[in-house]
Design a binder for this molecule. Structure first.
Ligand code: FES
Length: 92
């Protein structure tokens, strides 16, 4: 799922955020792959907590955003997530 984060409440600076529920915990990551800027929304999530970009195969750790493999040379930005009952708060 892709949501939009508004840094400093400024809608014109919106950043797409990939929100993942992995094993019952919510993670929020940069939604565009740092390799070619394509969406990670179509990526594949593995049982060991990795997401593989569907376009050229870069692999990132869902928990840390660290690049694990593939042509991307940078990590994903990771957002802070606070779960409060049914509400999820995402911030930088
Ligand atoms: S756009 Fe993700 S690996 Fe190329």
């Amino acid at each position: 799922m892709v949501e939009y984060f508004f840094p400093n409440g400024k809608p014109w600076e919106r950043e797409p955020v990939l929100v993942i529920n992995w094993k019952g915990k919510i993670y929020a990551l940069q939604a565009t792959c740092p390799h070619a800027g394509l969406s990670l929304e179509e990526g594949f999530i593995t049982d060991d907590g990795k997401i593989t970009c569907a376009w050229h195969g870069s692999v990132f750790d869902i928990r840390t955003g660290k690049r694990v493999d593939g042509p991307a040379t940078r990590d994903l930005k990771v957002y802070k997530v606070i779960e409060n009952g049914d509400e999820v708060i995402i911030s930088e």
